[in-house]
Structure formats: structure tokens, C-alpha cells
Design a protein around this ligand. Structure first.
Ligand code: GLC
Length: 581
């Protein structure tokens, strides 16, 4: 083909346009650019974010009142935990009407206003879609339960009792860890992988799948920008319910996760819904193998956009964790998606205790530093960062000592279970003070006023007493606060697409205290040095030369020899980012 001047001009315009449009030059060669890869996702737990009407529960009007704050963070996407009608056995993860708003949270008008407010500010909204199970108060389940011949019977998994007890299935939230619940009304057991009030939907039934696609279209037509598929790796099941080997529950994911039909269902969902809208999709969980995860998000297979794998977040233990293990896990996940597919990067969410309490050091000497160091990690890895509300302030676990302070169905049912089997409850109480999901669900600390400015009423769960010290109002005023560091780190990611797409290379692999890596793309190379320990540590990297430019440092941007030479001596929990070329 002869290239004409017009074609050349068009090409030049295209290159210019791509540079201008994304604000950076040298980016035109990036393949498969997508908005959801470049986005930073901010997760809001609506129950605990901001209460507008004084009933002690966060609500949509509360979120609306904080949209400017959310915008000021520099995030692109909000992921909202479920806001649908629900009896709240599991704080909204038990949906009784998928097309309505939970009364605690407000109305559909509030939702419309919130969505518009987000879009007006250039923020996208991802909704949680909870369809592995519904609430037992959903009309489908009420019908299903009512008779063996109900047209809704096959919407759920039933096992007739005249066939004996069904083969054991482990339940994550049940007091007896038993996922089969006997129901005398029709003399049958129903299946619930989570609580008794969360019966599992029967995805093998095509009608159920069509119902779900209808629900997804309902929300996508309203203009939302994506779905987070809750517990979806468990949705497909072998409905013959074969017996599993004794002790399978210790590794139940291997049996429950990614049963082969799931990929077919995802492809169908993609064809019928996802591909028809400009929405992103992320599955909670990523199956049992890297191959599973990869298959789910390989663009050529037309399933989902990104995997949300637990290997990383699961590493933290009350006794501490090994940085070598941590590095190995994140490096492995990076390599799996190096060529195809995409992953999420996160260390906290509403199912985990607080970021700094689990992975950092919440003591007064190191809370601020270690929290910023972890933020640096999350925002400099390849993958889409998911950041949980309150972590930008360095909020910590509340240190509950009484079971009465807890609200979470999983924690409370496990407490009763351990009590019933005669466990040492002192040990259990210590364990949940470290790991219970409620640790991450205490109200957002807005300011130093009563209840941290979260509510004028009685909060549904206690406010962390440290709110007078750790709160957004205070951090706004301090240019070196965790909050302002989070903003800087986001800005840095936005200004350096190498942090989004660039090649990741682990350095000094066997260093037990320092996580060092580079990210590089189109001739630009960034070096990230993170000291995960409470003592000084040295990174053995080969980058001791000149020409390094300091881009970010969590010690108030004061690094020795900042502009001339990479300093590999790191202070406790120090985080540094250099540009090398
Ligand atoms: C997911 C949610 C969790 C919920 C569970 C059951 O793991 O993240 O909060 O309890 O699914 O829906």
C-alpha cells in the first residue's frame, strides 16, 4: 500500500490524540489499553461510611454528601458493597429483592442521585452482584420452599429427606459448619454454602441464569459501570452431590471452586449482558489453579475482565507473615498475567481486618509509616488496585475484647461453634481481635467530634476509640498525612503508566525485609524499594548509579542523596520510588 500524505497526517493525529487523550507521550504502543486497567478502585462499605439520617447506619445520602471527598482522592471507580433490599443477616450479602434499595440505605431516587453525582465527577460505579445465593426471604426462595412442585423449586438445591442425609457439605458461616439445612415443610434439605439465610441458587437451571441476566441488565441500563461477582467461583455445582473425601473442608475451594460448567455460564453471561455494555467485571475468587484464573480473564475467551485472587491477602497471620512468601505470591501472580489477562491488587476489603493492622504495624511509632509503605505497594504493582475505605487514613483494628461488640454473622456463628466444641475461648477472642471482618467495618473516622462524625445517632457497630487521633479532618490539614500520601501515590500512578502496564521485575529476591522491584515501559524505568520491617534494612540492588530521580518517599520526601544516587539503606518501613531513566 502506498502511504499518502493524508494517511501520514491521520497517523500523526492519531498518535498525538492518544498522547493528549491520556496525558502522556510514548503510550501509543501499549496494547490492550482499557479504562478498567488504568483505574484505581475505591471500595465503600456503605453501612459504615457516612450516616445522613441519624439512625446509626451509613446510607446513600451519606455517600452523596462525601462525593467531593471521594473525588479529591483521585480514584476513578467506586465499588459499593450490596445496597439491595435485604434482611441483613450478612449485611446485604443476603438479597431479598435485587431491583430495590435496602430501606436502611435509602431509596431508588437516592441511588439515581448518587450515580449521577459520581458520573458528574468522572467517577464510575461498580456494584456487587450477589447471585451465588439469595436471601431465604427472597420471593423465589419463599415459593421454592412452599412445595416440591413449585415452579421455583429448581431455583435452589434441594435434597429430599427420604433419600437419607445428603453427603456432607461444609458451610463457611453455619454454626455447625453444615451446608445442608433440614426444612420440615417439604421434608427436604436445602444447600447453603454461607449462612442458613443464604440458600444457594441453582445455576444449572437456565431460568435462574436468565433471571440474573435480567437483573444485570436492569442495573446496566441505569448506567452503572461494572459488576463485582460475589462468591461466584462457587456458583456452578455438581448437582449429583457426590461424597467428598473426609477432611475436604480444610481445602474446600478445591471442591467448590470453578466447577467446569462455570466457564460456560460466564461465557453466556458475557454474550447476553457484559459484551453489550461498557462495563467492567471482576469475579471474587480466582479458582484453584493459575490456569483457572487465567481462563476466566483471558480476553479471547469472553468471560470476565479481571480476577480477584486471595493468595496475597490470605498471607497475614496473627503471628506475623513471611515477606519472602508475600513476594513469591505476588511475583507469581504477576507472571501468570504477564502476557494475557488481568488481575486485581489488594490487601484489604470488607472481609478482612484493617490493612495496617494485618500487614503493617499499628503501633503509634510505625502506623503512619507502615500504612504509607503498604499504600505504595498497592499503587505500584501491575493490576488494578482495589483500596478499601478508611485505609487511606491508616485506620486500625478497634481491639474489641467482648463478643457483644461484634456484629458479623461469620464471627458470631464461629464463636458459638467453637464454644460448642469446647475450644479455648480466650485464644479465639484474641484471634478474632486480629482477624474478624468487623475489624474493617467500624465507622469511617471523619473528624474528632462524637462518633467520629459518622452519625448523630448510635452507630450500628462501635467506633474505634482512636478516632480523635486518626480522622480525615486532621489528615486533610497535614500535608504529610496518610491521606495526602495516598493522593500523591495515586497521582504518581496516573502520571506513570509504567506503573500500570510496565514490566515487573523482582530484585533481591531472598531479602527477608525489603521488597524491591522495577516497573518499566517504553524506556522508562521506576525502582520501588519497600522496607517491610521495623528496623533499618538494606536492599541489594544493582542500581547504585547516578541519574536517579526521587519520585516519592514516605519519610516526608527526605532521602539522603535524593537526586543523585539511589539510596538502598532504608529506614524502618521506608518506601521509596525512584525514576531511573
Ligand atoms: C463474599 C463477600 C462476603 C460475603 C460472602 C457471602 O465473600 O465478600 O462479605 O459474606 O461473599 O455473600
Amino acid at each position: 500500500m502506498k502511504i499518502s500524505a493524508i494517511t501520514l497526517t491521520a497517523l500523526a493525529i492519531a498518535v498525538l490524540f492518544s498522547a493528549n487523550c491520556f496525558g502522556q507521550t510514548g503510550t501509543s504502543t501499549i496494547k490492550d489499553r482499557k479504562w478498567w486497567k488504568e483505574a484505581v478502585v475505591y471500595q465503600i462499605y456503605p453501612r459504615s461510611f457516612k450516616d445522613n439520617n441519624g439512625d446509626g447506619v451509613g446510607d446513600l445520602k451519606g455517600i452523596i454528601s462525601k462525593l467531593d471527598y471521594i473525588k479529591s482522592l483521585g480514584v476513578d471507580v467506586v465499588w459499593l458493597n450490596p445496597i439491595y433490599s435485604s434482611p441483613n443477616d450478612d449485611n446485604g450479602y443476603d438479597v431479598s429483592d435485587y431491583r430495590n434499595i435496602m430501606s436502611d440505605f435509602g431509596t431508588m431516587d437516592d441511588f439515581n442521585t448518587m450515580l449521577k453525582g459520581m458520573h458528574d465527577r468522572g467517577i464510575k460505579l461498580v456494584m456487587d452482584l450477589v447471585v451465588n445465593h439469595s436471601s431465604d426471604e427472597h420471593e423465589w426462595f419463599k415459593q421454592s420452599r412452599s412445595s416440591r412442585t413449585s415452579p421455583y423449586r429448581e431455583y435452589y438445591h434441594w435434597w429430599n429427606a427420604e433419600n437419607g442425609k445428603p453427603p456432607y457439605r461444609y458451610s463457611l458461616f453455619d454454626i455447625n459448619h453444615d451446608a445442608w439445612r433440614y426444612d420440615s415443610l417439604t421434608n427436604a434439605y436445602y444447600l447453603h454454602y454461607f449462612s442458613r439465610k443464604q440458600p444457594d441458587l441453582n445455576w444449572e437451571n437456565p431460568k435462574v441464569r436468565q433471571e440474573v441476566y435480567g437483573i444485570m441488565k436492569f442495573w446496566a441500563d441505569k448506567g452503572i459501570d461494572g459488576f463485582r461477582m460475589d462468591a461466584f467461583q462457587y456458583a456452578a455445582k455438581d448437582t449429583t452431590f457426590p461424597a467428598f473425601p473426609k477432611g475436604f473442608e480444610r481445602n474446600f475451594n478445591q471442591y467448590y471452586g470453578m466447577v467446569p460448567n462455570l466457564h460456560g455460564y460466564l461465557q453466556q453471561m458475557n454474550k447476553e449482558v457484559l459484551s453489550r455494555y461498557n462495563v467492567m467485571s471482576v469475579a471474587e475468587g480466582a479458582g484453584n489453579t493459575y490456569e483457572d484464573a487465567h481462563n476466566m480473564v483471558d480476553a479471547g475467551r469472553h468471560e470476565l475482565n479481571m480476577a480477584y485472587a486471595f493468595d496475597g491477602v490470605g498471607i497475614a497471620r496473627s503471628k506475623g507473615y513471611s515477606l519472602l512468601h508475600f513476594k513469591a505470591v505476588f511475583s507469581k501472580w504477576d507472571s501468570v498475567f504477564a502476557e494475557k489477562g488481568w488481575v486485581s491488587i489488594f490487601l484489604a476489603n470488607h472481609d478482612q481486618a484493617r490493612l495496617v493492622s494485618r500487614f503493617g504495624n499499628p503501633t503509634p511509632a510505625f502506623r503512619d509509616l507502615s500504612s504509607k509503605m503498604l499504600t505504595t505497594f498497592i499503587l505500584t504493582m501491575r493490576g488494578t488496585p482495589y483500596y478499601y475505605n478508611g485505609d487511606e487514613l491508616g485506620m486500625t483494628n478497634p481491639g474489641f475484647t467482648k463478643i457483644e461488640d461484634y456484629r458479623d454473622v461469620q464471627t458470631l456463628n464461629e464463636y458459638h461453634h467453637q464454644q460448642n466444641i469446647g475450644s479455648d475461648m480466650t485464644v479465639f477472642m484474641k484471634e478474632i481481635a486480629f482477624s474478624s471482618r468487623d475489624n474493617g467495618r467500624t465507622p469511617f473516622q471523619w473528624d474528632g467530634s462524637k462518633n467520629a462524625g459518622f452519625t448523630t445517632g448510635t452507630p450500628w457497630i462501635k467506633v474505634n476509640p482512636n478516632y480523635t487521633v486518626i480522622n480525615a479532618a486532621k489528615e486533610e490539614e497535614d500535608p504529610n498525612s496518610c491521606l495526602n500520601y495516598f493522593r500523591k501515590a495515586i497521582k504518581l500512578r496516573k502520571d506513570n503508566l509504567a506503573l500500570v502496564y510496565g514490566k515487573y521485575t523482582l530484585l533481591d529476591k531472598s531479602n527477608p525485609n525489603v521488597y524491591a522491584y522495577t516497573r518499566e515501559m517504553n524506556g522508562k524505568k521506576l525502582l520501588i524499594l519497600l522496607n517491610f520491617s521495623n528496623t533499618a534494612a538494606k536492599a541489594a540492588t544493582t542500581y547504585n548509579g547516578a541519574n536517579a530521580k526521587l519520585l516519592l518517599n514516605n519519610y516526608d520526601n527526605k532521602v539522603v542523596n535524593a537526586l543523585s544516587k539511589v539510596n538502598t539503606e532504608l529506614r524502618p518501613y521506608e518506601a521509596v520510588i525512584y525514576q531511573l531513566q
